[in-house]
Write a protein that binds this ligand. Structure first.
Ligand code: EPU
Length: 437
């Protein structure tokens, strides 16, 4: 297991290229199950989650070749018989539940393990199941697996409303969409998620021959086609990675230019950063310069579905508000329990109180370095930002969470002057373990 050792307080200066989007590439990799010819994906980030998805696809009969030097992945289905995605693999990454839609859509049946909860909340999948039933699939939950069948081997199509208590579902929309593209008839998805990652999936499917109207809107009309061919698709830039580096620009009076991103996908984040007094300058549709000021101003923000402020950037903004002047109120409307980073920020000297689905952040003059632990991917990114801002040395443990979703985070940070090192951790056995040995 590795940890990051970070010496905080240094000014960051330079340009950071943004990699392809984790949350776009994972469902698109799953969508390769639908295609009859070879698929080439470019701008694929080098992530543990991408490698895990390729492992799951391998078990489902998809050959793949990854070329890290060119950020390219080639895939081709060589065996259409397997229909089971096991607990061993699905439990390691929720996004692998996205194989459900393409499996039932192309192979007529699927058995995919229920992903279960995770540290950010319970994360149900009833919208996925409701959606598949509405388009003619028989779906049961048996022995911890979702078992879906398309009567006669082909999905029928139908109408489905995908809104839930917390808005629409991103991967739920992806699953229904992927099950619908090869259907006999037409599918109307109301209250579809409009996140850029869903739109990227739609564009990929259309490029392979799917017929989808309404891309980018909450109403998607999918007319089933007989087959999808292969082809090439470039994955969109990762807006969460871009936001994380933009926030790195806001601390220690730094001056960071984020390149190869889509600034329109970052509108809510850049707006909030600007409200803190940070100087935010869009240099082009794909480039934004962020310059920190001596002391950030406190602000309030609420996480929402796109185009609102993203939950995946909540921990990062909370971290920098920990050293802002005044009180900030952070409210979670997507995952009410996504506050595991609060306890770790307290270890760095932050003053934060959790109150229901909000956290009240009383900004302090400075944070002081300490050992902390990443509980999930974005909490880990938030802790990295806090450690960069803190005085002295911090250690971030369990960075395997960060490796799931950030492409070479430490080398990108080093390139703009951060003092961050990856070190292997050798955990000493506890006293009682030694006694028992
Ligand atoms: N929800 C339901 N019922 C469902 C599905 C979802 O009530 O059947 C609720 C969830 O509990 C949550 C809300 O709807 O309150 C939104 O969840 P959604 O289904 O949209 O989340 P997801 O598709 O499982 C994706 C991202 C997450 C990101 C969320 C929200 C991928 C692979 N994952 O998850 O990314 O937080 O959308 O934007 O796209 C991350 O990258 O760190 C991450 C967690």
């Amino acid at each position: 297991m590795d940890k990051f050792v970070i010496e905080g307080g240094h000014r960051l200066i330079g340009r950071v290229p943004i990699s392809g989007s984790k949350n776009a590439v994972l469902p698109i990799l799953a969508a390769s199950l639908l295609c009859d010819g070879p698929v080439t994906l470019t701008n694929v980030p080098d992530l543990a989650d991408v490698r895990l998805m390729l492992e799951i696809l391998d078990e489902l009969g998809v050959n793949s070749r990854i070329d890290a030097a060119t950020s390219t992945v080639e895939l081709e289905v060589v065996d259409r018989a397997p229909t089971i995605a096991s607990y061993e693999l699905v439990s390691q990454m929720r996004a692998s539940f996205c194989v459900l839609g393409p499996l039932v859509g192309r192979r007529g049946e699927a058995q995919v393990s229920l992903p279960g909860g995770c540290v950010i909340g319970t994360r149900p999948v009833e919208l996925h199941i409701k959606g598949l039933r509405a388009i003619g699939c028989e779906v049961e939950v048996e022995h911890g697996y979702v078992v879906a069948k398309a009567p006669g081997g082909r999905v029928e199509g139908g109408e489905v409303f995908l809104g839930g208590d917390f808005g629409s579902s991103v991967t739920g929309t992806a699953n229904v969409l992927m099950a619908a593209v090869l259907a006999r008839g037409v599918t109307l998805i109301e209250q579809a998620a409009v996140e850029p990652e869903v739109n990227d999936l739609c564009r990929f499917l259309v490029a392979m021959g799917a017929d989808i109207d309404g891309i980018g809107t909450p109403t998607l009309r999918v007319t089933g086609v007989e087959s999808l061919k292969g082809g090439t698709h470039r994955i969109i830039a990762d807006r969460v990675e871009a936001a994380t580096f933009a926030m790195a620009g806001a601390v220690n009076g730094s001056d960071v230019t984020i390149e190869d991103c889509n600034t329109s996908h970052l509108a809510a984040v850049l707006e909030k950063l600007a409200e803190t007094g940070t100087r935010v300058e869009r240099l082009s549709p794909s480039t934004v310069r962020v310059r920190g000021v001596r002391r950030l101003k406190s602000i309030d923000f609420t996480t929402l579905t796109y185009p609102g402020y993203p939950t995946d950037c909540q921990a990062q903004l909370m971290s920098i508000l920990a050293i802002a002047d005044g009180i900030s109120v952070v409210t979670e409307k997507i995952y009410p329990d996504r506050f595991m980073h609060v306890a770790e920020l307290l270890r760095l000297g932050a003053q934060i109180k959790k109150l229901g689905t909000s956290a009240i952040v009383q900004g302090v003059e400075y944070l002081s370095g300490a050992p902390v632990m990443a509980s999930d991917l974005r909490a880990g990114a938030g802790l990295v930002l806090a450690a960069l801002a803190a005085t002295g040395e911090s250690e971030i443990h369990r960075i395997y969470h960060i490796d799931r979703g950030y492409d070479r985070m430490e080398s990108k940070l080093q390139s703009i002057g951060a003092k961050i090192q990856r070190e292997a951790v050798v955990y000493r056995r506890r006293r009682d373990d030694r006694a028992a040995a």
